[in-house]
Design a protein around this ligand. Structure first.
Ligand code: C2E
Ligand code: CA
Ligand code: CA
Length: 543
């Protein structure tokens, strides 16, 4: 028989429940889904009323809470857990860490940690077998008290798990203040609402926790799909009905005997040279550099097998580089691949793979379409310098420096566009054209040059090949070499009549130099037009 008790009935029977063991503990195993081994269990309070039947915490805990009785009940649970662990230790039953719940009312109690420690010592339970679950909401209205309790617990060697992570508003920020050892992420807070967003939150929390080197346990996992999804984003610790409901002590002993167990492991190996955890410490030098680095910087994770990318952190300059009045939230919620077309996506992903392989900085320029509420859509070109700084299985953490080079790229696009037009025009007129790149000494001839002079599309170490091939006759060779030296020194235009080829046909040769914004010469555009007397016909160039 089961019937809900009202507040009055609850309060009247509480004392009796405590003395006559109507309040007892159920255990719910926590598993490693990847290995099938048990990593621990949670103690959950139950009340079996002789008259009203089994009562669930959701009904009686708020009443105990309201009447100041919860700390007493919680310590009773702890005592039952310690008694249970003692039994396991004494009877050679496998022992796993068991967590007990500490409510925010417990935290307000004077010397609550001292009372926990007293009970543990009474039963001589090694501290590694007891974990404390503190809910995220305990920090609402000020984290100081929780930070203090956390410190006390850590000093005594307790492992602290943050319960119900993801339920609160400022979840991610809280991680910076509360140095918990394990995060419990409740699927039920996130599976409701839009699935896409829930998924993004789950994976960013998992990834962020890896960054912090803090293992995550997903609770409330009811289906294989949920467990598979969590595993795919790098979280294989689960607790939920899928594996087991909370079970009685006797049932739990059976489970302990049947199932292997293993300790919880930190999830990621960060590359030693860089203490990435420091990025989360607001006063560390790394954070300072990250936040105040003159350029844009971001941290993101890349799942190699699925190709998924998730931005984890950006600095202020990053948002400025991307422009568009984007805020951090916009960027963290954006899907990087959706901003790139197939070709740019490929370039970027190949660079990531290169960086994984070389373990060094690799860079690429990619175009992306960014979209903000304020500015709408725009196409921008970003120069990305990428470095891998951590990995866990197929998941890699990257640090990237970004530079918006859209203006520069657009200028070059405009140049090459007008250049193309010019080349078309040159094909129509009786003009030979070529392009000389100052830094590389490369020459690119027009189609007509290639056709009439048999040139390849690219000539290295220009102008030497033109001299060797006899296009420039030997008596003009030194002058022509000097022109290219002058171009490199910044001369703007050059022109002369040069007799070209062994046929020594007079051509009007002109060079115009192109400069960058610092007036550094980049390229020279050259043309050769045949010099014709008014009464002469244009000679045929065929043969
Ligand atoms: P909690 O600490 O988040 O505990 C997990 C709750 O989720 C438990 O409910 C558990 O039975 C339930 N649960 C586990 N797996 C699944 C699943 O796959 N699907 C669903 N739908 N539920 C699942 P329970 O035992 O009813 O406890 C509810 C809450 O009551 C607990 O939430 C905790 O906040 C509080 N509570 C339970 N025992 C204690 C205790 O000893 N002390 C204190 N202070 N609070 C307790
Ligand atoms: Ca809990
Ligand atoms: Ca929970």
């Amino acid at each position: 028989m089961q019937k809900r008790m009202n507040e009055q009935e609850l309060l009247l029977s509480f004392k009796q429940a405590m003395t006559e063991s109507h309040i007892f503990v159920c255990y719910q195993p926590k598993m490693n889904y990847a290995t099938g081994r048990m990593i621990g269990a949670e103690a959950l309070m139950r009340w079996k009323h002789p008259e009203f039947g089994l009562q669930y915490p959701s009904d009686f805990i708020p009443v105990l809470e309201k009447n100041g009785l919860l700390p007493e009940a919680d310590l009773a649970v702890l005592e039952m857990v310690c008694r249970f662990q003692r039994k396991c230790l004494d009877e050679n039953i496998p022992v796993v860490p068991i967590s007990f719940n500490m409510s925010r009312y417990d935290i307000l109690q004077h010397n609550y940690v001292g009372r926990i420690e007293q009970i543990r010592q009474k039963y001589q339970i090694p501290v590694r077998f007891l974990h404390v679950e503190i809910t995220e909401s305990s920090a609402i209205g000020g984290a100081e008290l929780v930070i203090d309790v956390l410190k006390q617990l850590h000093c005594l060697g307790y492992t602290v798990e943050m319960d119900d992570f993801g339920s609160g508003y400022s979840s991610l920020n809280i991680l910076k203040d509360l140095e918990v050892d394990v995060i419990k992420l409740d699927m039920r807070f996130l599976s409701k609402g839009k699935t896409g967003r829930g998924g993004a939150i789950l994976s960013s929390v998992v990834q962020m926790s890896k960054w912090l080197d803090t293992p995550v346990i997903a609770e409330g996992v009811e289906t294989i799909e949920q467990a598979d999804y969590m595993k795919s984003i790098g979280c294989s610790y689960i607790q939920g009905y899928l594996f087991s409901k909370p079970i009685t002590e006797e049932e739990f002993i059976q489970k302990l005997k049947q199932v292997d167990h293993e300790p919880v492991q930190p999830a990621i190996n960060l590359i030693e040279t860089m203490d990435a955890g420091k990025f989360w410490n607001p006063s560390s030098l790394e954070t300072l550099i990250f936040n105040h680095y003159v350029g844009g910087a971001a941290i993101f994770s890349y799942q190699k097998d699925t190709g998924n990318v998730q931005v984890l952190r950006v600095n202020e300059k990053y948002m400025k580089e991307l422009g568009m009045n984007m805020c951090e939230k916009d960027i963290l919620n954006s899907h990087p691949w959706e901003q790139m077309d197939e070709q740019n996506h490929k370039i970027y992903e190949n660079t990531l793979l290169r960086a994984i392989q070389s373990n060094d900085e690799e860079s690429c320029d990619t175009w992306r379409v960014v979209c903000s509420k304020i500015c709408g859509e725009d196409r921008i070109c970003i120069r990305n310098s990428l470095r891998m700084i951590g990995r866990a299985g197929e998941q890699y953490i990257f640090y990237t420096l970004v530079q918006n080079i859209t203006a520069e790229k657009k200028r070059f696009e405009a140049i090459s566009d007008s250049e193309r037009k010019f080349r078309f025009a040159a094909e129509q007129a009786n003009i030979y054209a070529w392009e000389y790149t100052v830094a590389t000494k490369q020459m690119r001839p027009c189609y007509r040059c290639m056709r009439d002079l048999g040139l390849p599309p690219l000539l290295e170490n220009y102008p030497e090949p033109a001299i060797e091939l006899g296009i420039i006759p030997p008596d003009y060779a030194e002058m022509y070499r000097d022109w290219h030296r002058q171009i490199a020194e910044g001369v703007e235009t050059l022109e002369a009549i040069i007799p070209l080829t062994v046929g020594r046909v007079p051509f009007h040769v002109r060079y115009t130099t192109e400069f960058d914004e610092n007036h550094k010469p980049l390229k020279a555009y050259a043309s050769a037009t045949m010099v014709v007397d008014d009464d002469n016909q244009i000679p045929e160039t065929e043969n």
